[in-house]
Write a protein that binds this ligand. Sequence first.
Ligand code: SF4
Ligand code: SF4
Length: 506
Amino acid sequence: MSAPTYDLGTLHGGLRLPGNKEQSTRNPIFEMPIPAQLVLPITQHVGDPAQPLVGIGERVLKGQLIARPDETLGAPIHASSSGTVVAIEPWPASRRFGDTAPCIVIDCDGKDEAIVPADKPADFTTLAPDDLMHRILDGGIVGLGGAVFPTAQKLMQARTCKIDHLLLNGVECEPYISCDDMLMRENAADVVSGAQILMHALQVNVCFIAVESDKPNALRALGEVLGAAKDSRIVLKQVPTIYPSGGEDQLVQLVTNREVPSGGLPTDVGCLVQNVGTAAAIHDWIIGNTPLISRVTTVTGDGVAKPVNVRARIGTTIGDIIETTGGYTDRAEMLIIGGPMTGKSVSTDRVPLVKATNCILVLSHTPSPGPEMPCIRCGDCAAVCPVQLLPQQLFWYACADDEVKLREFGLMDCIECGCCDLVCPSHIPLTADFRVAKSRIRELADEKARAARARLRFEARSQRLEREKDEREAELAMQKESAKAAGPSAIAEILKRKQKKSEDEK
Ligand code: SF4
Ligand code: SF4
């Protein structure tokens, strides 16, 4: 079956930003050597931390499972190389400034000895879709576009909806980041193979690989692979270079002309979106038996001597990566994990590369938009918002901590793209305020859910105690009735039994 054709939908708002990607795409992907030490956080997915399965002093092999999640939104963690576990301790993390996270620390032995892979069928199409999804889960695959949602869970959830389109997201619209571009140029066949595996898991017959028009080399490489594969179900789509066209909902709109409803997901309109890097990771695991233990990341900015894309083992520290690829410049001042729009600044380069790390950006200056001033209601923020929100109204309700109005005005649909900040003449840090307001609302919702669960538990316990009391009373009444009917000797027998029971219990 051939993929249907669509006219590209339009993206509301958005901005054309300077790409700053040429610096890091001049050279091929650099293969980072195995570092002396690996630091593997046990939380590299959206759910609760995984549970370590190894102890200090234990030898581990490349690809060995070292931490397993105990709830549905987690993903397993594997050792990225062979060596010895030397610590399980808090380590600087790239989630928030100054934050730490529990990590498994491995001193590498340099042998890179791999675990013997489990038997698997040579042809993935012989696997039932559910079995394929469970295999994807075992590979520790998460969304590599930055969301780190476990891929298998996303696929399983999608299988419960009526999905007819798979979209591979090769739209890397945030300035400076070029890891997906380089991956598509150099590993286009793996991306296409990953798409075919995903299509089998989802049982869909249409896949669009979306790539921005400013990536001619990636488009050419994918075009050649698709031409050779002769798989008419997969179609390459060139989309305009505009930020943030790589947002999931925005991409669905652009490529299929379907609008994801407010508060909804792409699956609500029959689409599932996966990053091209995730597709390549699925290929590596299902075809190559290598779980997610490395990734391509961009090292760039005027604070590094040699901007480049690097393939490094998960757990390599950012400092090791920068040092090996050329080091800092004298002007390096600020380290950001992620891009300039959505990344997080960190206080130390001891933080490790994790599955989510798509960019290591070092700048020679701390971006300073100027002093914040009152809103002049110019409306520029609303004009650029890709979700068609009213940021100035949201800002007002965020200041007033008005959860009801914030929800009513669609705060939870905000994708934190930062476009409103960039155009605001009053330099109001709108996105940061929205991020805080969203976490506050999520915390309140979590608190309410926890309180509701505690109430249900209390009610269930009270009902059980009440039921047991009724049962005891009914039994006593029955005993009395039968004793009455049997006469005084039976009463004496019952008293004797009770006395013996209480003596036994003593
Ligand atoms: S862009 Fe800034 S000043 Fe203009 S309406 Fe929005 S918040 Fe107010
Ligand atoms: S950060 Fe949120 S409110 Fe601001 S432009 Fe982006 S989506 Fe709209």
